[in-house]
Write a protein that binds this ligand. Structure first.
Ligand code: IMP
Ligand code: MG
Length: 215
């Protein structure tokens, strides 16, 4: 058993199989084009790295880093671009690659922002989605797996910056979150967020704390 892990939700072998299928699908759909894959830092780094090698087309990659927070009851978020794209996307075929979609608010904002730059097309590819948590309609053309409303880590996805290098998608033991919540209580006000990670087990937090997160 992997330390701190309560359950392996999706084993590495299944992820690899799915990423292969997604790559084949993208290859078929973008035949004759040179898509630009846009990875959202930092969680999408692992899936982007595997996915691009399953796309049998000339393609390019770029990255954005964004931080996002907002109240669970509102249907919008404050999204801040911390690192913008290097490439001009006007007239390009853009495929946003994300690790996991929760409420969908961040990607919905990002999609609107990137569309203003007039790409030839803009689609979304995500490894995981939590449909039970969705707050906005978001069309995700390439999706790996739907997962339950559980906090997951691994394959690029973190808790407090850790566990990104686990090869599987996993659920952590509850005591891991309890430990983190204790330290958060002492060091930060309740809604503080740690860059690049969610602070505390969302199931233990209030709804507004739960969405006070960086993507
Ligand atoms: P949303 O779709 O705007 O609510 O935010 C999605 C982002 O929240 C993802 O890119 C992750 O960074 C983070 N997130 C959502 N669910 C999880 C989870 O289960 N584990 C770790 N990060 C998560
Ligand atoms: Mg993310």
């Amino acid at each position: 058993m992997i330390p701190d892990v309560k359950q392996v939700l999706i084993p590495s072998s299944e992820i690899q199989e799915k990423v292969c299928e997604m790559g084949a699908h993208i290859t078929r759909d973008y035949r004759g084009e040179k898509p630009l894959l846009v990875g959202i830092l930092r969680g999408a780094v692992v899936v982007l790295g595997d996915l691009m090698r399953k796309i049998d087309l000339p393609c390019e990659i770029d990255f954005m880093d964004i931080s996002s927070y907002g109240a669970a009851t509102s249907s919008s978020r404050v999204v801040r671009i911390l690192k913008d794209l290097e490439e001009d996307i006007t007239g390009r075929h853009i495929l946003i690659v994300e690790d996991i979609i929760d409420t969908g608010l961040t990607l919905s904002y990002l999609r609107r922002t990137l569309l203003q730059r007039k790409p030839a097309s803009l689609e979304i590819c995500a490894l995981l989605s939590k449909p039970l948590r969705r707050q906005v309609d978001l069309s995700v053309k390439y999706l790996g797996f739907e997962v339950p409303d559980e906090f997951v880590v691994g394959y690029g996805i973190d808790f407090a910056g850790a566990y990104r290098n686990l090869p599987h998608i996993c659920i952590l033991k509850p005591e891991v979150f309890a430990k983190d919540l204790l330290s958060v209580k002492m060091e930060h006000p309740p809604i503080a967020s740690v860059r690049g990670s969610v602070t505390g087990n969302p199931s233990l937090l209030t709804s507004s704390q739960r969405t006070a997160e960086d993507v």
